[in-house]
Design a protein. Structure first.
Length: 206
């Protein structure tokens, strides 16, 4: 029997039979001085870069959300503080922030008008007190004269500080209260202190 010899030739791939998967990885084989070869995937670095971009995008979104949440919390705190400063009549029955802002504008205008009115009354009261001829010191007959200081208080009212002496020309508390009423001011409080034989009165009015 004759012997049969089988020879197997390596198959040569047909470019037409290549699938897209065969072309996915493109390997670069550089040679170094030692003759060793290193395989690098041209797709590997690109995939890692895409992952980094996705991570950076997520971090930016999270940071933006945190900043926005913190900003809203700060604004809510400021709105609450502003609402607490307003009188009840400017916030009663109003829940919207826009209503509170409108109420704030109205309240500021009211305060500006009130300050102007009180400043005018303060100046008029100074004129009245000066016209009475009261002064500080000792008169020729030994009587202690009176002094009066008028200024605007921190709460927007008018504060009058007078020191009453003794003698016919001394300024009395009743006279000062009468002048305040004539100027349209309401007396809120009056504190008296004895100093050097006389009395010092601090009158708060509005």
């Amino acid at each position: 029997m004759d012997e049969l010899f089988l020879f197997q030739f390596p198959s040569i791939p047909n470019p037409q039979n290549e699938t897209p998967q065969d072309k996915v990885l493109d390997y670069v084989v550089p040679m170094d001085g030692s003759g060793n070869t290193h395989l690098y995937s041209s797709m590997g670095s690109g995939a890692a870069g895409n992952d980094d971009d996705d991570d950076n995008g997520e971090k930016k979104k999270l940071m933006h959300r945190d900043v926005e949440r913190q900003r809203r919390q700060e604004m809510a705190t400021l709105y609450a503080s502003l609402r607490n400063l307003l009188p009840l009549e400017y916030t009663k029955g109003k829940r919207a922030i826009s209503d509170h802002m409108n109420g704030t504008v109205m309240y500021i205008k009211y305060l500006q008008k009130r300050v102007s009115e009180l400043s005018y009354k303060r100046d008029e009261l100074k004129k009245v007190l000066n016209s009475t001829g009261f002064d500080h010191g000792m008169s020729s007959d030994g009587a202690v004269l009176s002094t009066a200081v008028v200024h605007q208080s921190l709460d927007g009212g008018v504060e009058v500080v007078i020191s009453t002496g003794f003698g016919a020309r001394a300024l009395t508390l009743s006279r000062v209260l009468e002048l305040l009423v004539q100027e349209g001011l309401d007396v809120v409080s009056c504190v008296s202190t004895r100093i050097n034989g006389g009395l010092a009165h601090t009158i708060q009015s509005e």
